[in-house]
Design a protein around this ligand. Structure first.
Ligand SMILES: [Zn+2]
Length: 238
């Protein structure tokens, strides 16, 4: 009876996923900041390093550990290098906050001038203008955001080289990106987006409009070119 109870209790303790295990491993090695948290986020499209946390879609939780190392280090690379991508995100957040504060103060100062329909029109107008400004800013920052991707890849690749003895990180990177793309187009991932067609269409529209991410081949080639010039080292564990 007691044995059964212990077994039941044991089965209740969830085994950490591959991504969670690698995250702890990288933290223990000091490659990921000790204050960083890992968040499983069903609305996340991929992996995203967001200052205090790295968010990821659960569809990726059991990718091969080697691949998880690359993607987590890539995200940490973005955060560690204070990517300009973060600057643009903060500018956008500040803009949104500013617009809402402006509306709030306007309504407080002159409650008499606005009725409900005017308020809705005003809000829609502000949101439309905000969207235009945000898209404009993203377009301007596009080249910098592209460069950030190469920088984050290189940061991850140099850590894989120095800490894990991966002599050809571009090979591992190619496999990891292929796996991520495959899972991102897999049914569980899509079914979530397909539940909300508006969201799916909006994401596709914005993705096509901005397209700051360089193609995978370019990213792989960039890392390959860098490492082709480096001396090979004795292989540690991969
Ligand atoms: Zn990135």
């Amino acid at each position: 009876m007691l044995k059964k109870k212990i077994l039941n209790e044991k089965s209740k303790i969830k085994k950490p996923s591959a991504v969670e295990e690698v995250f702890s491993e990288l933290k223990n090695k000091g490659l990921i900041d000790k204050n960083r948290t890992l968040i499983k986020c069903p609305i996340s499209l991929n992996f995203q390093g967001l200052w205090l946390s790295i968010n990821y879609n659960p569809v990726f939780e059991n990718i091969k550990k080697e691949y998880a190392r690359f993607v987590l280090l890539h995200e940490e690379g973005h955060i560690k290098r204070c990517s300009r991508t973060y600057l643009i995100i903060w500018i956008i957040i500040a803009l949104v906050a500013f617009v809402f504060l402006l509306i709030y103060f306007l309504l407080n100062a002159r409650p008499d001038i606005v009725n409900l329909s005017e308020l809705i029109n005003l809000l829609l107008l502000f949101l439309f203008l905000l969207l235009i400004i945000v898209l404009f800013l993203l377009k301007i920052f596009c080249p910098f955001m592209r460069e950030d991707e190469f920088d984050a890849d290189l940061w991850a690749a140099t850590k894989l080289y120095s800490e894990y003895g991966v002599n050809e990180p571009h090979v591992l990177m190619k496999e990891a990106l292929e796996e991520i793309r495959k899972l991102a187009s897999s049914p569980p991932f899509h079914s979530f987006l397909q539940k909300i067609p508006f969201l799916r269409n909006l994401i596709n529209f914005l993705r096509n409009l901005i397209k700051y991410h360089p193609p995978d081949e370019e990213r792989i080639q960039y890392v390959k070119t860098y490492f082709d010039k480096r001396p090979k080292q004795a292989k540690k564990s991969r």
